[in-house]
Ligand binder design. Structure first.
Ligand code: PLP
Length: 411
């Protein structure tokens, strides 16, 4: 396959390179935005300024924190296509799932459905919920290349009269694909089953992510693709029983209804929430979110092709793994056989390569196969992928026991 052209490096309104807007270590190659995000310098500065205000006059700052969080909520909710009155800030996607799980009551023998492409920590929470009530968790196995229709059919085939809850990802973590959550939730609702949509990766990548998702409850991380400071996520629901949802910290707003009771969380540093609209506005003002998604998608496609091309001579199957419903920013490139076969091995490889050659990556594992899950964001350039090919591909081949074309690597 011929190489795909990379778009020119993106520029800021000032004419500077987009990458200059992020305080990322220039000695390190950053190809894993998806795991922990990356916060632009302007957003870091705004959060620092907010913290300084809190330190200058704590009694001015903390008693008014709920009003400030509410204002941030009002500015942030429309970004995911939600109403502020349906949305609450929580520190992360994991916390959002915990809030929902804490509110649910099941009976012995009930079932929760999760998928084998779901996020492990969120599935563990579902397992704990099931244990509390003598219920059980069943896993819907989704083939990597299943079409949306096949995915919906697999849920239809697995639902039983005992199913009470479906937990499903809008964008899967190990395989970076979009799932038809709205259709799954509609199918579930028709049988009286409720759906929790894990949209951890969705804000920023999908316009109006919460509105698109369907389901009874949706949550998404703002510290991933929207580039907010870490510790910022939204939980959104208009379910009639949402007053059963409680923040993880009981505080002075405990007698208030949803969502207001979530705005007060004792004495905490809420600046991650308060600086979130700044991150959203930063991308909108510099690039426009719709254009940003298109640009990121072109970079991700060209980067995936460049890396696949470097690995192609060393395996029988094409390493480029085209998914039925790709997202703008992440791609899967299959690793040589045997590498990253388990999640633990994939995670270990990530840290090995960072320490050995200074490249931040994500490797994932699905059904015994390891993948490089590459991320592109506005700061990603062709040279990042070239550096991956130069620094990481020899390491990958060496670890897989493959002699490279130039015969330098054997192990
Ligand atoms: C699909 C999915 N769900 C949940 C999470 C958990 O996010 P957090 O660590 O911010 O709670 C992640 C993190 O990458 C994820 O990919």
């Amino acid at each position: 396959m011929p190489a795909l052209p990379f778009p020119a490096p993106l520029t800021l309104n000032s004419g500077l390179r987009a990458r200059d807007a992020w305080p990322l270590d220039p000695e390190v190659i950053h190809l894993n935005h998806g795991s922990f995000g990356a916060v632009p310098t302007a957003v870091v500065a705004h959060q620092d300024a907010l913290r300084r205000r809190a330190d200058l006059s704590p009694v001015e700052w903390f008693p008014r924190i709920a009003e400030r969080v509410q204002e941030a909520r009002e500015r942030t909710a429309p970004f995911v296509g939600a109403r502020a009155e349906d949305s609450v800030f929580v520190p992360n996607a994991s916390a959002a799932a915990t809030v929902v799980y804490n509110a649910l009551r099941l009976e012995a023998g009930d079932e929760i459905l999760v998928t084998d492409q779901g996020y492990g920590a969120i599935t563990m929470g579902a397992e704990r919920l099931a244990r509390r009530f003598g219920a059980s968790v069943r896993t819907v196995a989704l083939p990597l290349l299943a079409s949306d229709d096949e995915v919906v059919q697999l849920f239809a085939d697995t639902l039983t009269g005992r199913t009470r809850l479906i937990v499903v990802d809008q964008i899967t973590s190990p395989t970076a694909r979009l799932l038809p959550t709205r259709r799954i939730a509609e199918l579930a609702a028709a049988q009286g089953v409720r759906t929790l949509v894990d949209g951890a990766h969705a804000p920023g990548l999908i316009a109006d992510a919460a509105a698109q998702a369907g389901g009874d409850w949706w949550f998404g991380n703002l510290h991933k693709w929207p580039c907010a400071p870490r510790g910022s996520a939204l939980l959104v629901t208009s379910a009639p029983d949402r007053d059963e949802l409680w923040p993880l910290i009981d505080s002075w707003a405990a007698r208030e209804p949803y969502p207001v009771r979530f705005d007060t969380q004792g004495t905490i540093d809420a600046t991650t929430y308060l600086a979130t609209p700044t991150a959203i506005d930063f991308v909108e003002n510099e690039f426009g979110w719709a254009s940003a998604r298109l640009a990121i998608s072109e970079i991700a496609d060209a980067g995936a092709e460049m890396i696949a091309e470097a690995l192609r001579p060393y395996g029988d199957e094409d390493p480029l793994t085209p998914l039925p419903s790709p997202v703008p920013s992440m791609r899967l490139v299959r690793l040589p056989l045997g590498l990253g076969a388990t999640r633990e091995e994939a995670d270990a490889l990530r840290m090995d390569l960072l320490d050995a050659v200074g490249v931040e990556t994500a490797f994932t594992s699905f059904r015994g196969i390891g993948y490089f899950r590459l991320s592109a964001h506005l700061y990603t350039e062709e040279s990042d992928f070239a550096a991956f090919v130069e620094r990481c591909v020899p390491q990958i081949l060496s670890r897989a026991g493959i002699r490279s074309a130039n015969s330098l690597i054997v192990s």
